[in-house]
Design a protein around this ligand. Structure first.
Ligand SMILES: C[S@@+](CC[C@H](N)C(=O)[O-])C[C@H]1O[C@@H](n2cnc3c(N)ncnc32)[C@H](O)[C@@H]1O
Length: 314
């Protein structure tokens, strides 16, 4: 078999890039692109180049897409929906294990664009109010729209706020899916004057900051006590807090395998700090691990506690 030389391999690639850039230049003269279109294009090109250089392009999601090809579009949609369903099922199991009453008042902190906790409560058929809490207005709008689309029957509140705001308190249950890693990132960014929101726009900046975080000794020393102090005030006496951080796909895809170790360390330290503040750590979760589809959650991924005081009913 005749092996192709590097330059022979590269020539179709360079030809393709050349054609694409001439086409963009031609179109650019005829259309006024809006900021969103330009941002998306620049980000997509950046991501594609990154995958190409790191030789991860075969696993890339940048497959040839075509709006007329329903199978391609639905495959992506179904895979996202299956993931939301899995995480929702995990939250349903956790809520059942905690014996959350169907009328409990619940806050989902850092709900993001797709509120996984609320999806779990939708599957459970709860009737109590679920407040979506996030500091990002667009995420809140999408999250509440998502619940409408799936026909969630419980009343949904929307609060543009952070976990640390005093107004976010007094709930029967405060739950968060994959928030702890973001809180660690935010903590580091505040210490170093970095705009955390901007990091998500570019994978390489995000990677660089996480590498710095991992290399910073004692970062959790200040973070854990402040978070423990905050969490114990969020629910009424007898109320329950649960934070779940399973190993993230995006961290794995970016090669950030040490992040989960750091998050688990934060989880252990947080449990100790909460115990020291009179919270009862909940250990009677369903099993050593829960697996739904491709997601497995173990006790190591969870911080759950009941605030001490009267009235243990949820
Ligand atoms: C990684 S996303 C997780 C989103 C969602 N829970 C999920 O599992 O897909 C973190 C979300 O938390 C929000 N967030 C970060 N820090 C927060 C804070 N201190 N209080 C409330 N929301 C916060 C961000 O705006 C973002 O929407």
């Amino acid at each position: 078999m005749r092996r192709m030389t590097d330059s022979q391999l590269k020539s179709p690639l360079l030809l393709g890039v050349d054609r694409a850039s001439s086409r963009v230049a031609r179109l650019g003269r005829n259309y006024r692109f809006n900021n969103l279109e330009v941002d998306r294009f620049v980000a997509d090109i950046g991501l594609a180049s990154r995958r190409l250089i790191s030789r991860e392009y075969q696993q890339s999601t940048f497959r040839p897409r075509n709006t007329l090809r329903i199978p391609d579009r639905t495959e992506e949609l179904f895979s996202d929906l299956a993931f939301y369903w899995s995480v929702g099922q995990i939250w349903s199991s956790l809520a059942q294990a905690l014996r959350v009453s169907p009328t409990a008042s619940i806050a989902e902190i850092g709900c993001g664009h797709v509120p996984k906790v609320a999806i779990g409560f939708h599957y459970l058929g709860v009737e109590g109010k679920v407040d979506l809490v996030d500091n990002d207005a667009i995420a809140l709008e999408r999250a509440s729209r998502f619940l409408q689309l799936i026909g969630a029957r419980f009343p949904v509140g929307v609060l543009q706020a952070t976990l640390f705001d005093e107004g976010v308190s007094g709930y029967d249950c405060v739950f968060a899916n994959h928030l702890l890693d973001d809180l660690i990132l935010d903590h580091f960014c505040k210490l170093h004057g970095v705009d955390a929101a901007k990091l998500y726009e570019r994978e390489d900046n995000y990677l660089e900051v996480w590498r710095d975080i991992i290399a910073t000794p004692h970062l959790l020393d200040d973070f854990v006590p402040v978070l423990a102090d905050t969490l114990v005030t969020k629910v009424r006496p007898g109320g329950v807090v649960l934070l779940l951080d399973y190993p993230s796909f995006s961290h794995r895809a970016l090669g950030l395998t040490e992040v989960i170790g750091l998050v688990r360390k934060a989880t252990r330290l947080l449990r100790d700090a909460i115990r020291a503040r009179g919270g009862d750590i909940v250990t009677d979760l369903p099993a050593a691990s829960i697996t739904v589809d491709r997601i497995t959650v173990t006790q190591d991924d969870i911080v759950a506690f009941r605030r001490g005081g009267a009235n243990d009913e949820l």
